[in-house]
Ligand binder design. Structure first.
Ligand code: TYD
Length: 178
């Protein structure tokens, strides 16, 4: 039996973790087998890649390196966490997936969509989500709720204009993938 792959998207502080926790509790109460995971991360190797990507000290990381590291974390996470859970017939709830790369590295950093599609084609193969939930909170409100950006986090520190572009890119993706 094959499970269902559900991904959550949105700007920082949009409430993804809260909604994922509530859905997980709902599934648990009903005895429905599921796995809760996140990108970049989930497994041991991808969590190490996450530390490198988000490290606030690495201010000179190129945008291409950033995009490739997200894709590398993605392929490993699919292999060690997502694919096995789906094969067991579970529902997988994943905090962020490929649309984060399109929104952050595409919209935010300005990398070409073609480049992102190409590198992610190796990572994602046929593992596209069965459902993606986008939590539509503009970044200014989201940061307000979070009480500002995390100073140790390279992506959160990318600035207001960057996060506005990420949000606009998400809105465009919503039109593209209704
Ligand atoms: P996340 O842990 O969801 O951060 P938050 O809880 O603050 O929303 O995601 C980590 C960061 O990585 C977040 O700033 C978004 C960014 N990201 C990308 O830029 N590209 C990607 O492909 C992914 C998966 C995440």
């Amino acid at each position: 039996m094959k499970g269902k792959f559900i991904t959550f998207e949105g700007c920082e502080g949009a409430g993804k973790s809260t909604q994922m926790r509530l859905l997980s509790e709902y599934l648990k109460e009903r005895g429905i087998a599921h796995t809760v995971t996140r990108e970049p991360g989930g497994g041991q190797i991808s969590e190490e890649i996450r530390k490198v990507i988000l490290n606030g000290k690495f201010t000179d990381m190129t945008d291409e390196c950033e995009a490739l590291l997200y894709a590398a974390a993605r392929v490993q996470h699919l292999a060690d966490t997502v694919a096995p859970a789906l094969a067991r017939g579970e529902i997988v709830l994943c905090d962020r997936y490929i649309f984060s790369s399109y929104a952050y590295q595409g919209g935010g950093r300005g990398l070409e969509r073609r480049f992102l599609e190409e590198i992610n084609s190796y990572a994602v193969r046929n593992f596209m989500p069965d459902l993606t939930l986008f939590l539509d909170i503009p970044p200014a409100r989201a940061f307000e709720r979070k009480h500002g950006a995390d100073k140790e986090d390279r992506i959160e520190q990318a600035g207001e204009a960057f996060h506005r572009k990420v949000y606009e890119s998400y809105r465009a993706l919503l039109a593209e993938y209704p």
